[in-house]
Design a protein around this ligand. Structure first.
Ligand code: ADP
Ligand code: MG
Length: 324
């Protein structure tokens, strides 16, 4: 008899590579990037398409406010568009509703969508609505556009490039700990950030990055995707990783591993040649978003290294979040 263990599908990325990559078409980047591209080029621009699902009790908590659940569903997708260098333009919305989510929920939920449509200049263009006895599930498909020359992929990092990250790392992990009562007396901003991420479209100056992704499953694990697609070593300096300023230094140290491997950051990790440094600092000032250099790309074979101040590797017990 086959046990559940025998039938385990494998790790998230292995299962995608095994069952779905063989089916992937042109523009899918072998299902190893943040989004796909349509082949057609119009006005020098390409359309970028990505989809992300959020599930009650996996990506949000049952009593999270409905408007923030809506905004999270949109924003995780905006983040994937941003990771491709694209401007998000329109989206489709698939809702799977349990019976207890009625008018009240839908009123708040649609207000959240309306608010973010304004913030990000987005329009809803379709979707699907179904019923379930299971948890609330929301799936958004985002369509963005990017000038062909400015499309960012995970595969272009070159030895010698600097490694940069937007914002700071670990805010949402701290928020989840606060909301689930695992760490007390944290700043309220962390919970707000878990419920409503701050994606970074329009922050990276066009034409400077050689590779990019959005950090959704932990900085260390996601850096590994750039390493793999670019066949390089992502050498990160632990001391340079920007941690949340509102977390006292003693706790920054105590929770360091969790912060750099926890999920839901939605910051951008990118590489760029040293010559782009001044342009990146200017962009950071213009957008009023911190951008920090956290390492250097080294020649392959593909790996992520996290180094302490003496240059010795950190031993991590985990690298990031996987669903399986
Ligand atoms: P992200 O964390 O950036 O949202 P994911 O880890 O969800 O990306 O997915 C990685 C890649 O695998 C993406 O290119 C995505 O389109 C693809 N992918 C994930 N699940 C499936 C699936 N069921 N069928 C086809 N492609 C998939
Ligand atoms: Mg992504």
């Amino acid at each position: 008899m086959m046990t559940e263990e025998d039938d385990h599908p494998g790790g998230e990325f292995d299962l995608i590579a095994r069952y779905f990559t063989p089916l992937a078409g042109s523009g899918a980047f072998q299902l190893a990037d943040d989004a796909a591209c349509l082949n057609a080029v119009s006005d020098g621009k390409r359309q970028v398409i990505s989809t992300d699902t959020i599930v009650e009790n996996v990506h949000f908590l049952p009593d999270d406010p409905p408007d923030l659940i809506a905004r999270k569903a949109l924003r995780v997708n905006i983040s994937d568009s941003a990771a491709m260098g694209a401007r998000p333009v329109s989206y489709l919305l698939n809702l799977t509703l349990p019976p207890q989510r009625g008018k009240n929920f839908l009123a708040g939920f649609s207000e959240g969508l309306a608010a973010d449509q304004k913030v990000y200049d987005l329009a809803l263009i379709g979707g699907d609505t179904t019923r379930t006895d299971g948890p609330l599930v929301i799936s958004v498909t985002m369509i963005g556009e990017v000038p062909e020359a400015h499309l960012l992929k995970r595969g272009g990092a070159r030895p010698g490039d600097a490694i940069w990250v937007t914002g700071s790392i670990g805010n949402a992990w701290l928020g989840l700990q606060a909301l689930t009562g695992k760490i007390d007396q944290l700043d309220d901003g962390f919970a707000a950030r878990y419920r409503c991420p701050e994606p970074r479209p329009h922050v990276i100056p066009p034409g400077v990055a050689t590779s990019c992704l959005d950090i959704s499953d932990g900085l260390i694990q996601d850096a590994g995707h750039i390493a793999m697609q670019s066949q390089v070593v992502m050498a990160l300096n632990a001391a340079d990783i920007p941690l949340p300023e509102k977390l006292p230094p003693a706790l920054q140290q105590k929770y360091f591993e969790a912060l750099v491997t926890g999920g839901d950051d939605y910051e951008l990790l990118f590489t760029a040649p040293e010559t782009a440094t001044a342009t990146i600092f200017e962009a950071s000032q213009r957008a009023a978003v911190r951008i920090t250099r956290i390492g250097t790309v080294k020649p392959g074979p593909a790996a992520t290294q996290l180094l302490d101040e003496t240059g010795a590797p950190y031993q991590l017990t985990r690298r990031g979040w996987q669903h399986f």
